[in-house]
Design a protein around this ligand. Structure first.
Ligand SMILES: C[S@@+](CC[C@H](N)C(=O)[O-])C[C@H]1O[C@@H](n2cnc3c(N)ncnc32)[C@H](O)[C@@H]1O
Length: 396
């Protein structure tokens, strides 16, 4: 069995408060493990490390997004991403006709909501309601604060939810970098070709790996992938239920999911033998999720074929799939680019910053190719403009 390495060198030392927080959460998880017979599936460990009430990475009050945090997301870079997304939202709103709502999953700092509403106001297509379904109470609090400060005139339209709205909505459902934060099951195919599910058990200091033969639905899902001996990877066991829940809550409209990932044949490519699980800690990336518990992000890429299959099984249509660059180009990016003439003294700092932002969003070496956007829908007849530049549904 090949386990991900436990010792990672070169990571910055956590400060005293973070180290104590991590130690406390690790002790709590060790108690859970003891109560469950000595080992838990990795998905359960990841859920506790990220979402344990008041203690998990997304549930406790530290700074995660932006330059001072652990990673930067597209809406945090500036307004370009949100302004382009708003144009796609506007097209859907125009087709549906009022009243339309937005439902955003995992709204982070609230920055995307601010940009979207500002741009939709400019386009005279404001949503009736802007629902935010956020699992972290701490982040809900931050979103409330940012939106009250930045959009006081529209604060009544914002509604925070812990589960889907009671009545199905018409409009747009959004999730940027939410799927990659969902707990995954890790597995490895052993020398005899038997799929083993990775478990986490307690060690003298912290945690170590364990395994048992995968069974039930997990064994079925792994066996469908036809992977060779020695191959290890992960899958999102909750994806079907999550997509079905959204499909049930959407009367008419479009679901736009944006994240890093691949179609199934690239995700489980014979050469990608170690999966995609990554941890982010103060802008350092590494592959040991059993360390820095509660103070580092744990994430896995998204299998967009699994998303598309879940959508079809839930009576939604796959309306488009493309790279972030293609989507932004199809959504009016060119109008936002400032033409830079280096001899022109009038070029403002803002214009240069915006061009840098566009470079980060679109460069193949940054977010441009790895990040994809998939559109799922119900009752939508027009081709979506965001996929007009290049639609890659054929690759799913
Ligand atoms: C990587 S952050 C992305 C934040 C934001 N969308 C952005 O792009 O800056 C992941 C977010 O998803 C939230 N989250 C994770 N799983 C969720 C779920 N099942 N439902 C709703 N929110 C979720 C987290 O609390 C966090 O706000």
């Amino acid at each position: 069995m090949n386990f991900p390495p436990l010792n990672i060198t070169g990571l910055p030392e956590p400060d005293k408060i973070s180290a104590e927080h991590s130690y406390k959460l690790a002790s709590q998880i060790q108690q859970v493990i003891a109560g469950k017979g000595g080992a838990i599936p990795f998905s359960e460990f990841m859920h506790l490390a990220l979402y344990a009430p008041a203690m998990g990475y997304y549930a406790a009050g530290q700074r995660r997004f932006g330059a001072e945090g652990d990673f930067v997301t597209a809406p945090e870079l500036g307004d370009v991403f949100g302004q382009c997304l708003a144009r796609q939202v506007a097209q859907v709103f125009e087709e549906i006709e009022a009243p339309c709502d937005i439902l955003e999953f995992g709204a982070g700092s609230g920055r995307l909501a601010v940009t979207l509403v500002n741009e939709l106001e400019r386009l005279a297509l404001l949503p009736e309601h802007y629902f935010i379904l956020e699992t972290s109470p701490d982040l809900q609090q931050r979103q409330r604060q940012m939106l009250t400060e930045q959009l006081p005139q529209y604060i009544e339209r914002f509604v925070w939810l812990d589960s889907m709205p009671e009545q199905a909505i018409s409009g747009v459902v959004l999730a940027n970098e939410v799927l990659d934060a969902m707990p995954v099951e890790m597995f490895a195919v052993d020398d005899e070709g038997i799929a083993q599910q990775l478990l986490v058990k307690s060690a003298d200091e912290g945690f170590q790996w364990d395994y048992r033969p995968a069974d039930g639905l997990l064994a079925e899902q792994i066996s469908k992938l036809e992977l060779p001996a020695g191959y290890s990877s992960e899958l999102n066991p909750a994806i079907n239920g999550w997509i079905e829940m959204i499909a049930q809550g959407l009367k008419k409209g479009v679901v736009l999911l944006i994240d890093y990932g691949f179609p199934e044949h690239e995700y489980y490519h014979p050469q990608r033998t170690g999966g995609t699980l990554m941890c982010h800690y103060r802008h350092h990336s590494h592959s040991n999720p059993l360390t820095l518990v509660g103070i580092q992000d744990i994430t896995a890429h998204v299998d967009f074929t699994a998303v598309a299959e879940a959508a079809t099984a839930s009576a939604m249509e796959v309306l488009g799939y493309t790279t972030q660059t293609n989507f932004l180009l199809g959504s009016g990016l060119a109008d936002l680019v400032a033409v830079v003439d280096t001899d022109d003294e009038k070029i403002t700092k803002e214009q240069l910053a915006k061009n840098h932002e566009i470079q980060l969003l679109t460069s193949p070496a940054e977010m441009g190719e790895l990040f994809k956007i998939i559109a799922l829908g119900k009752g939508i007849e027009h081709e979506l403009s965001g996929f007009a530049f290049r639609d890659m549904r054929g690759k799913l």
